[in-house]
Design a protein around this ligand. Structure first.
Ligand code: UDP
Ligand code: MN
Length: 337
């Protein structure tokens, strides 16, 4: 190779390198941005009177205020988006009916110091203000649970649990623990139960409009996508196997009446154990089983991704408010045994 050619190819590589880095760096945000333009299916109902009313006030929902998104499911359950509901009407109804909420959250191993304080402090600012709330904190280290100043009618119980060595088991076995505590305690004191991952922070109202019989959450990464892309468990050997479904739900939040949450957690735990006996594990662990449950037992209420948003996705026109945000994942640091 002549000297001039060598110099040319040197400069070619010098220029190509930053261009490649730039493309790789921007491709994911660009794809996420473009996904936001894929139209969602639309609610086929003319008015909220045609919904299967989960709570009576649902008849006052403005399904067409949010004509940009899907506001009901094919089985006539509402999908709750910002602007569709009057918060005061829901608060009034649930106060009158005496609704009360148990919030379950697990903070095991390194997740406790990394997330629990911010989760609870932010929850005190935004979660079900005005209703009686009890936090059920499950941890292997009760002595490290931070002291949080709680508002009136709000309490916190710390329950010691064993730490499974695999993070997958920590996540999946929550189903059994929740079922047990609903049976032994929650059902006697609270009308509703909401179950949360700890690696998130409340940033806006997360109020009584979410309360219903059986409540699922649309996953922020999938709500614009066709079900071809949903990461259901496609392994026919697993009890979580699904060929098709309705939506892709996120297991970071689910809830409902204590009875429904008991049914959901029992179902998932039973299937998780059956899989273990057959030496299989669902691809997304408890989330795969949760998706199977909601496919067979349709939720009566669905929450938009405004209720659990990841800012990494970038700007979306249809996400008009952030009620809860994903905290930064630190898998390398936190999931080490
Ligand atoms: N968790 C925990 N300690 C662990 C692993 C998980 O406390 O070592 C709990 C915690 O509440 C966490 C939830 O299980 O939010 C689910 O795990 P993770 O958030 O890592 O799952 P992902 O959000 O990535 O699906
Ligand atoms: Mn999580």
């Amino acid at each position: 190779m002549g000297c001039i050619q060598k110099v040319k190819s040197f400069w070619k590589y010098v220029l190509l390198f930053p261009i490649t880095v730039c493309i790789v760096h921007n491709i994911v945000p660009a794809v996420q941005y473009l996904i936001g333009f894929i139209p969602m299916k639309k609610c086929t109902l003319e008015s909220a009177n045609e919904l299967n009313l989960d709570v009576s006030v649902d008849a006052s929902l403005s399904l067409w205020y949010r004509s940009d998104v899907q506001t009901c499911t094919p089985w006539r359950a509402p999908i709750i988006w910002e602007g569709m509901f009057d918060p005061e009407r829901y608060d009034k109804l649930h106060k009158t009916e005496g609704s009360s909420v148990a919030l379950t959250v697990f903070a095991i191993g390194r997740y406790l110091d990394a997330y629990l304080g911010n989760f609870l402090r932010s929850s005190e600012q935004h979660f079900m203000l005005g209703l009686p709330v009890c936090y059920y904190v499950f941890t292997d280290a009760p002595e490290r649970v931070p002291l949080i100043k709680l508002g009136p009618q709000r309490s916190l119980k710390v329950i010691k649990v064993a730490k499974h060595s695999r993070w997958q088991d920590i996540s999946m076995m929550r189903m059994k623990t929740i079922s047990d505590v609903v049976e032994s305690d929650i059902r006697h004191h609270f009308t509703h139960v909401f179950c949360f991952d700890v690696d998130q922070v409340f940033t806006g109202r997360f109020g009584s409009e979410v309360l219903g019989d059986s409540v699922a959450l649309l996953h922020a990464y999938y709500y614009h996508l066709d079900q071809y892309w949903y990461t259901y468990d496609r392994n026919q050997k697993s009890t979580a196997y699904m060929e098709s479904g309705d939506f892709y739900y996120h297991a970071a939040i689910f809830g409902g009446t204590w009875k429904s949450v008991k049914a959901l957690t029992d179902f998932c735990y039973k299937n998780i154990m059956e899989d273990k006996q057959n030496n299989v594990e669902a691809v997304w662990h408890d989330e795969s089983h949760l998706n199977k449950y909601f496919w067979l037992h349709k939720p009566s209420r669905v929450l938009s991704p405004e209720y659990c948003w990841d800012t990494e996705i970038g700007y979306r026109r249809d996400i008009r408010t952030h009620r809860l945000l994903w905290a930064t994942k630190q898998y390398d640091k936190l999931r080490r045994p």
